[in-house]
Design a protein. Structure first.
Length: 216
């Protein structure tokens, strides 16, 4: 009988002589896979959730455990846009989350090297377009190249919000936000911002980071 391997990060089961190089569900590398003992095999098809939720059999070293734990935090996927000195740009980000609802306040984590970071710091404003579950191309276009030398919006349907930032037409909702504080987080800056505008464009479920990784 073929060997079966369980991804200790997301519970995905792989059949084969060796574990896969990369988990197709969560992206964890081969070192995160553990061989499932033969006696477990009967339960796998019917009870993946239960088996994945079992207490970890062998604790990995602390560094690995931290990485595995971080992998299990769930996120959405967003296109963060900004405008300053007549330049528009946007980037993909998963680190965007509500801090408080009253006042409507959110935070984003943006790499200091990104062009979008420069524009947010100059303008003190940014836009958030919340991707729907078919937004893979937007995540690729805005997430895998820098807008310093290219116009990422070329050919895309966008509209300009009251604050001046561009927003995707093909998004579930959009928000515009005004930075009210920031924190140096090493490679990234954590921008804390008040939401000044919101618009509802589509019905549907948002894209999650896990769904993007699993279906990209
Ligand atoms: C799925 C995905 C999630 C990302 N999440 C973030 C994030 O939360 N923060 C960040 O700074 N960069 C993130 N990135 C990387 C930026 O989108 C990427 O570096 C982008 O090219 C920066 O573009 P810019 O230089 O035009 O601003 C993500 C990329 C992808 C594909």
């Amino acid at each position: 009988m073929e060997k079966q391997w369980r991804c200790t990060v997301c519970g995905y089961i792989h059949s084969g002589e060796n574990p896969p190089e990369i988990c197709p569900i969560c992206g964890a590398d081969a070192s995160f896979f553990e061989l499932i003992p033969q006696s477990d095999e009967l339960n796998i098809a019917t009870d993946i959730k239960k088996s994945a939720a079992k207490p970890v059999i062998a604790q990995p070293d602390n560094e690995k455990a931290i990485r595995q734990a971080l992998y299990r935090i769930s996120y959405g996927l967003y296109i963060i846009t900004a405008q300053a000195e007549s330049r528009d740009n946007g980037q993909c980000a998963n680190t965007c989350f509500q801090i408080t609802s009253d006042p409507a306040r959110l935070a984003i984590g943006i790499n200091k090297l990104n062009f979008t970071h420069e524009l947010i710091q100059k303008s003190g404003k940014f836009g958030v377009s919340v991707l729907n579950q078919t937004g893979h191309d937007y995540a690729r276009r805005f997430g895998y190249s820098s807008g310093r030398d290219a116009d990422k919006f070329k050919g895309l349907a966008v509209h300009r919000g009251e604050s001046g930032v561009l927003l995707l037409d093909d998004a579930l909702v959009t928000m515009q936000a005004k930075v009210m504080g920031q924190m140096d987080a090493g490679t990234h800056t954590l921008f804390l911002a008040d939401v000044t505008n919101g618009e509802i464009l589509q019905e549907g479920d948002p894209m999650t980071y896990a769904f993007f990784r699993a279906s990209k």
